[in-house]
Design a binder for this molecule. Structure first.
Ligand code: ADP
Ligand code: 5GP
Length: 192
């Protein structure tokens, strides 16, 4: 059972969720380049690194045993399984950043967003949606990072995730990248 966080720092916690391939990573990278006041939490995962992914920058890549230990020791703010791998948000650093007045971004999948909604009810949760399902599939394939099996799992999961849009505080459609970036900035309340 998760404890609700009692202090009011959660107003600076921003969650971005959306199906794999929608463009979360692309947009978050641009947000970070444009806004020093934002801090992105680096997640832990049991998935293998993709080409070009750097330990501690894109993820902390962990063996399942180590990931389980962190679960046991309450090391995660939330964690979930996704397409055959585990992903989790390290707890300690986020609380430190929030206490120091940083706005913290979490780029996580649906089950994690639901957990955060319970522990941080005032966090602002944004769902990033594709213009349509065909475009989503095109983007996942076009990225060229996943096996056919991983693509199929992600597309199957995407169908479930897309049903959850109404749970979110805001929905941003990532059709034109620049427009989506501006919408995200507006929703979060960032100044250009
Ligand atoms: P996610 O992090 O949600 O899995 P990515 O950021 O990796 O998605 O984006 C998936 C692919 O889609 C990448 O190749 C990226 O360049 C491309 N992409 C992102 N946004 C757009 C967009 N608005 N229009 C066209 N392609 C996009
Ligand atoms: P990918 O394998 O494409 O990097 O990520 C797969 C999914 O896991 C994406 O939807 C991403 O947002 C999500 N994810 C990344 N880190 C975390 C995390 O710490 N917790 C949860 N719940 N999901 C995460």
């Amino acid at each position: 059972m998760q404890m609700m966080v009692a202090f009011s720092l959660d107003c600076m916690l921003i969650v971005i969720t959306g199906p794999s391939g929608v463009g979360k990573g692309t947009l978050v990278k641009q947000l970070l380049e444009r806004h020093d006041e934002l801090w992105l939490s680096v997640s832990a995962t049991t998935r293998s690194p993709r080409d070009g992914e750097i330990e501690g920058e894109h993820y902390f890549f962990l063996e399942r045993k180590k990931f389980n230990e962190l679960i046991q020791n309450a090391g995660f703010l939330e964690w979930a399984q996704f397409a055959g791998n585990c992903y989790g948000t390290p707890r300690k650093e986020i609380l430190e950043k929030l206490e120091n007045g940083k706005s913290v971004l979490l780029e996580i999948e649906l089950e994690g967003a639901r957990q955060v909604r319970k522990t941080f009810p005032n966090a602002f949760q944004i769902f990033l949606a594709p213009p349509n399902f065909e475009e989503l599939e095109k983007r996942i394939r076009g990225r060229g990072t996943d096996t056919e099996d991983a693509i199929q799992r992600r597309l199957l999961r995407a169908k479930e995730e897309l049903k959850a849009v109404n749970e979110f505080d805001a929905v941003v459609v990532n059709d034109d990248l620049e427009k989506a970036l501006l919408r995200l900035e507006k929703e979060i309340g960032l100044k250009n």
